[in-house]
Unconditional design. Sequence first.
Lengths: 226, 226, 226
Amino acid sequence: MLRIVAADSGAAELDSNFSVKSIIATAAVYLGFPYKRPIDYICLTKPFDPDSSEYVVRELELAGQLAKKHKPDQIHIDISLGGIRLEDLNREFLEHAKISNRGKQQLLGVLDKIREVGMRIKKETGSDILFIGKESWAVRIAELTTAACAVKYGVEKALQGEPVIIGLPRRCSITITRDYVIARSLFYDETDIVGYIRYSVPNDVIISEFPNPLAMGFRAIKIQRM
Amino acid sequence: MLRIVAADSGAAELDSNFSVKSIIATAAVYLGFPYKRPIDYICLTKPFDPDSSEYVVRELELAGQLAKKHKPDQIHIDISLGGIRLEDLNREFLEHAKISNRGKQQLLGVLDKIREVGMRIKKETGSDILFIGKESWAVRIAELTTAACAVKYGVEKALQGEPVIIGLPRRCSITITRDYVIARSLFYDETDIVGYIRYSVPNDVIISEFPNPLAMGFRAIKIQRM
Amino acid sequence: MLRIVAADSGAAELDSNFSVKSIIATAAVYLGFPYKRPIDYICLTKPFDPDSSEYVVRELELAGQLAKKHKPDQIHIDISLGGIRLEDLNREFLEHAKISNRGKQQLLGVLDKIREVGMRIKKETGSDILFIGKESWAVRIAELTTAACAVKYGVEKALQGEPVIIGLPRRCSITITRDYVIARSLFYDETDIVGYIRYSVPNDVIISEFPNPLAMGFRAIKIQRM
């Protein structure tokens, strides 16, 4: 059955009033049947401005990197355009797309770059590139994976100084095991779906999770040295 | 308290790329307090084109058939028009309704038929006929029931040849018991709600369930002979 | 971290056809880290017409009363205006807000009163007043608390005569313990979040909970004397 690489960006660094300072992570995941957890993944934790549009190209590049290794049937990029293929994504389509004006302007600004990078990836991998966003469960698993990646980033930052607060993706909860950081979904139909990274959180780090009171559906974690 | 008959169509046959080939089942259910599982049900598994509008009349006919037996207070049909009564459903109302243009054209095309069949049912049963769709928990239980019906259809088809892939209704999961196929809801506030049919799945059939990677919120099952 | 008072109105008295007769309760809650249950709360159970707009001022007054005691950083009022502050809420803002026309008219009608009461509370408490509605988890906890308050109201009314049917807030379920009425959330990412009141339900009262068949996502309880 269908083999898929999907990419998404997520997990925010928050200030003590729970305002977003930056988006921390981009993750690409490789999935096959039964589509419940990544067979392979890569993470990039380089915080970027939530208002910039650079993340789209970053997701595409990261997905391309993983796709070169696995040659999947499809690549899913987290832009909710109903699953349109790269070949059909052009200025005219975007202008008529049912997305916010701000999102539209952002995408139009990087459209040429998206097409250039996308065409190169398609040539190298033979994969169909779909802009499918939140309709894709593969993108959701990439989203969960960003949370696991962001925990590692937060732990390393907190070890150097102040506590770090991370806003997790919607309906996501973190479980720490000896060898893994696991990001579980808190949608009841996704209890068998996870993102994860292989990473051992040092023993002198405390991670506490709580609902973000200003953003229903979202949890936050506070990471601090003991 | 209120006794209700509700009808819905659902469960899709998918190809190996998870594209919808047809909608498999229509179910009508009869519910009374405490509205958690059908007291009675009927199923029709005759696949139809997802783009056709014939399903509305089919739902109405099936609901009418069950309603004749139970004389409920209300009949709920799965069209999300805010619970409007049959008597008030006319061309003018539909033209101003907040539904997609495509849905509107489809409904306008079968409106006369809906009114004709509906009026006959109302006369025979004394029940109020409401177009309430996804706001009704009774319609949701009919939707779950279509999943159970579709499993039987899929098993019988798979026994004759190739594996069958069925896309379940949103947030639905199948449990097979000795005498029943049970369709549970995967909404966390619906854990006590089920649809079911009485049917024993043969022992040489394997059913595996997995998230449909292209449709977040939806699971699929693969049915095959051992 | 942030300390918050939030207010909401909810829980409806229903007739035997599940139509709303009135909204029963307004609750204000005081929350601190980790934002999972109220540290303190107050309830007002004085049924009001669901079509009136008086509830906004009532929520503000109740929140103000609790805020005077706790001097929180923020006060959250259940109007979904994206978290706008009291100081920025004016006629022009409301006229351009993306809310229903009916909601807009209602708010415009009580805007002067909102500003007057709000300014007084801000002066007395030093708290920022935000109109944030369903995006705030604090407002959600206030919403759950209205359900617990409404149970007490319903029990006292049922003890005097006829059974009472209460429509709970969306995705909410009631648990009765010896000393508390607890309103749990039925969102799977809110299993650690509750509202509650201290109240002992008399032993000769029977409370049964069931899905409201006409309102998906909502449960109802029937309260009656033994």
